[in-house]
Write a protein of this length. Structure first.
Length: 129
């Protein structure tokens, strides 16, 4: 997968090699009425969305009636801090599930590719062309 991000002023556009797109407005002077997320919020949101998607797939494959899946991700990041200092994730899966099933949900959540990346990434190589 390749993602190309372009920027014009405060407008940022990302497009994947698969053809999906994302647009955000970011930076000083961003209009108050603009509710797009900033890049850090997108990063933290991607963790929650990935966990929710993995759990939904698991529930579907196992014919579990799990209703709403709610993932709450909390991060107290401040500029200058390491990004992954202390991310807290709480997951609620609607339904009456025993501890064995909840343990299975945890294992599934931990297989989320975003979580795996955060947990094991040795570094990101950046090249300025």
């Amino acid at each position: 997968m390749e993602i190309v991000v372009t920027n014009d002023g405060m407008n940022y556009h990302a497009e994947t090699s698969g053809g999906t797109e994302l647009d955000i407005v970011f930076g000083p002077g961003k209009p108050d009425e603009d509710t797009t997320m900033n890049p850090v919020e997108l990063f933290v949101s991607s963790l929650g969305m990935c966990i929710a998607a993995m759990l939904r797939k698991y529930c579907t494959e196992h014919n579990l009636d799990c209703g709403e899946i709610r993932v709450r991700v909390q991060d107290e990041w401040e500029p200058g801090d390491p990004m992954c200092k202390d991310i807290q994730v709480e997951v609620e899966v609607e339904g009456d599930f025993d501890q064995r099933r909840k343990n299975a949900f945890l294992k599934v959540a931990e297989t989320c590719p975003v979580h795996q990346t955060i947990s094991s990434c040795d570094g990101v190589n950046i090249t300025i062309l």
